[in-house]
Design a protein around this ligand. Structure first.
Ligand code: GLU
Length: 302
């Protein structure tokens, strides 16, 4: 059994990211499995080696280390392009010239359970003539999956059953950069990941990933989507909410061991003021006991 944590190195990890990493680490460790860190640095404009180093240091400060060398998606573009070629050979790929604005403004039928930002299918049936005209206009196409409106049910170890539609997800952006959903599926398979434990903001993307796994003939890992950490106002935790990174907390005299205890307490694994080693926490861990609702911080926490 092998788990992973796959952050995008675009900033410091905050308590929400660290808590999800901890659940994934504890889950792997408690079963005697391996745990890997993969850097999802596809977007070279926002990702940086400094953020990567800082994220790895934060994980290490809480006792989490990758069991194998850290993999970077920026070094694996060839694999993603090969996967697109496989889909293209199956006639599952088409060019999309839409701008974000056009997608936002396109009226689309009220499909149930389509993921946020689902693509309305504008370019699905463009003629060769029209595509040439758009290209002559200076537009560069993204590549999308022809998903054929599939609906897929995912059996999640935390969220139980989740049924969702799959839209024509982007496989390659119009600047040539491979897209998240494709890269994640290729890498989870290439790295032999058996259990994907991650934030439940990605639950609605999981049917997309399942479809890609099926089409590409890849093994299907088990999924466990962990409810997010929320700010006192109920919004998803972010840097702007206050002392949320290890550096912010250290500046207030809160040590990594105390942060670990706080995170573990939110998972019902110890008392907030208890000092417990990561290995002891792994011995206590039970995925079934992970709270099924978000952890909402109070003003005092921040
Ligand atoms: N890189 C994604 C993120 O930081 C997570 C991908 C995943 O766990 O599948 O949100």
């Amino acid at each position: 059994m092998r788990g992973r944590f796959a952050p995008s190195p675009t900033g410091a990890l905050h308590l929400g990211n660290l808590r999800t990493a901890l659940v994934s680490w504890l889950h792997a460790r408690s079963a005697g499995g391996e745990w890997l860190v993969r850097m999802e640095d596809l977007d070279l404009v926002t990702a940086s080696p400094e953020h990567e180093a800082d994220q790895l240091a934060s994980l290490a400060a809480l006792g989490m280390h990758s069991d194998l060398p850290v993999v970077r998606q920026s070094e694996r573009f060839d694999r993603y392009r090969d996967a697109v070629a496989v889909l293209r050979d199956m006639d599952r790929v088409y060019e999309c010239f839409c701008t974000r604005r056009e997608i936002r403004e396109a009226a689309h039928a009220p499909h149930e359970h389509l993921p946020d930002g689902a693509y309305p299918g504008t370019c699905r049936h463009l003629s060769e003539h029209r595509r040439a005209a758009l290209r002559a206009d200076g537009r560069r196409p993204a590549l999308r999956l022809r998903a054929d409106g599939e609906r897929i049910t995912v059996h999640d170890l935390i969220a139980s059953e989740y049924e969702g539609g799959v839209d024509d997800v982007v496989l390659q952006r119009n600047d040539g950069v491979p897209a998240y959903n494709l890269a994640v599926v290729v890498d989870d398979a290439a790295q032999g990941i058996t259990h994907v434990v991650r934030g439940d903001d990605l639950l609605s993307s999981t049917p997309r990933q399942r479809l890609l796994q099926t089409l590409l003939g890849l093994p299907e890992p088990a999924y466990a989507h962990v409810p997010l950490v929320l700010a006192p106002d109920g919004s998803r935790l972010a840097k702007r909410h206050g002392a949320v990174t290890l550096a912010d907390l250290a500046a207030r005299g809160v040590e990594p061991a105390q942060v670990l205890a706080r995170l573990a307490a939110s998972l019902q694994l110890c008392a907030p003021d208890e000092r417990v080693s990561p290995d002891e926490l792994a011995a206590r861990f039970d995925l079934d006991a992970v709270p099924r609702t978000p952890w909402t911080l109070t003003d005092d926490d921040l």
